[in-house]
Structure formats: structure tokens, C-alpha cells
Design a protein around this ligand. Sequence first.
Ligand code: C2E
Ligand code: MG
Ligand code: MG
Ligand code: MG
Length: 292
Amino acid sequence: QAKEQGGNQHAVFTPELDSRVSERLHLQNRLATALEAGEFVIHYQPQVDATNGVICGMEALIRWNHPEYGLVPPGQFIPVAEESGLIIPIGEWVLREACRQNQAWRDEGLSDFSVSVNLSVAQFRDTGLLTLVRHALDETGLDPHYLELELTESTMMDNPERLITFLEQTRKLGVQIAIDDFGTGYSSLNYLRRLPLDRLKVDYSFVRDITNDPASASICRAIIAIAHNLRLGVVAEGVESEAQASYLARHYCDSLQGYYFSKPFGAEEITALLRQREPLMKFAIEANARRT
Ligand code: C2E
Ligand code: MG
Ligand code: MG
Ligand code: MG
């Protein structure tokens, strides 16, 4: 694909940020300056307790606040950041900023939940990762228990030996570990069984079809059962409707995350939301009643 583009050095930087090679090079350079210029922001998306709608977690999701194009979603620059190695300093910034924000909420009495930070495979491969995590916690004063790291199955399977050491160290530290997009990768259940993990995140694709595809619904139920049998928590991502939320709650999913409850928002808006101290789920009581 890159070769087809030949020596085209003059492609313009479009909002689509497509994969033409010159744009990638330009994007790499721009990403480096974006970090220095403070153009990255974190949006936070609440996770709620499925039994009562109370906010019980917060996922940190990076955006690039581009001076011309506005908020650029991570799918359009994280892959390039990974290729170029820039994901290391960018990821370090996310980690520190998310810890700082959660501690600020804790200081205000607004948070007793963990903040979840996504890790890419390049960060996982970096031998300095655990040191970065320790530094972020030390510098912000956040108790390790209130930080969760999200790894995907493919990241985990990238280097199984390193994974075990990493998980043993994070467990010792007290940092929580979740498997993101669970069910879409190739990890073996027998292998997972032996890992010190904390939560599984049911992938959006299964949740999306829960009410119109019996197979997706049974996969969701199966993942919930696997999590609980392994004594892990389970959170469903991409919950967009009351029907999906109520189905998951009735089938004992622990927590729910998705547009139905809240889109990801900037720290200020989330702070305002936390100050309301209100559950985000109107049907909680109803769902609870149906459970028993
Ligand atoms: P993810 O970790 O699986 O995050 C969930 C994605 O689903 C987010 O997209 C979120 O905005 C979106 N989402 C949440 N609720 C709903 C819903 O109800 N419906 C739909 N259709 N989507 C929903 P986003 O923010 O664009 O992030 C995409 C991916 O980028 C993330 O997937 C994660 O893999 C990656 N990412 C985000 N932030 C970071 C970061 O700081 N570091 C790294 N390495 N990756 C990140
Ligand atoms: Mg995630
Ligand atoms: Mg996910
Ligand atoms: Mg996903």
C-alpha cells in the first residue's frame, strides 16, 4: 500500500488522516509536536454498577485536540503512534494525567473508583512500563488500587512469558488488570485461568447484537459466566440501549459502560456529572427486581 503511493511527498494532511505514506510521515512529526504543545486531551467514560447505576469506574480515552480539525479520535492516530514509538511518551502522558485526574476527584470526595487506562502492545513490550506506572502513581499520590490497566488478548499473547512477570508485578503493586475487547482475540481459557487478572470487558460487538442475535446474547452470558467462574469482575462495553443494559443486568453482568449511560466527556463535564451524585440508570430498580 505504501509502495503504491510512490514518491508522492506533497499529499495534504486531510482530516481523514488516511494511510498514504507521506501523510503518515507528516502525522508522525505532527504527533511529536502535539505532545509538546499539549494538544492531547483525555475524555472519560463512566462505568456503572449494573445493580444500581452508581458510577463505579471511569475509562480514560485519548483524543487529539487538533488546532484545525478539532477532536481527532484515537483510531486515527494511535496506530501511527505505535509504529513510530511515540506511543511510549504519549502513553506515559495518558497514564500520568489519568492518575492525576482520579486523585483530584478523590481529593474532592468524588471518586472511589478506579480509572482505566488502555495500553497498546508497544507499551507492553517496553521494559520501562512498570517503572512508568510506579512513577505515575508516586507522582500523583494515587493509591495503586484505583488504577486499572486494560490489555487486549492480542497484547497479552504477544509475549506470554513477559505477561506473567508483568501481571505478577502489577498484582504485587495493587494495580488492577482488565482484558479489553474480550472474546475477539485468541487467548486460551486454560491459559487465562492461571493469570492474576481482575476483570473481563465484554466486547462491544457482542453487546451490540444482544437483543437481535441469540448467538451474541449467549456469548455475552458465556463471558459473564467465565468471568465469574474465574472470580473476575465483568464489564460490558458499548451499551447503547435500555434493552441491552437490562439484559446484561438481568444476567449478572457487574458493570456497564456505553452511550446509554454516558458518552466519554472531558474532565470538566465529568466532574460536573460526579458532583450530581446521581445514579446514571433509571431502570436499575426494575432490573434488580426482575433478577430475584
Ligand atoms: P476501547 O478501549 O475498546 O474503548 C471503547 C471505545 O468504544 C471508545 O472509542 C469509546 O468511545 C467507544 N464507545 C463507548 N461507548 C460506546 C457505545 O455505546 N457505542 C459505541 N459505538 N462506541 C462506544 P474511542 O474513544 O474512539 O477509542 C477507540 C480505541 O482507541 C479504544 O478502544 C482503545 O483501544 C484505543 N485507545 C483510546 N485511548 C487510548 C489510549 O490512551 N492509549 C491507547 N494505547 N489506546 C487508546
Ligand atoms: Mg478500553
Ligand atoms: Mg474495549
Ligand atoms: Mg473495543
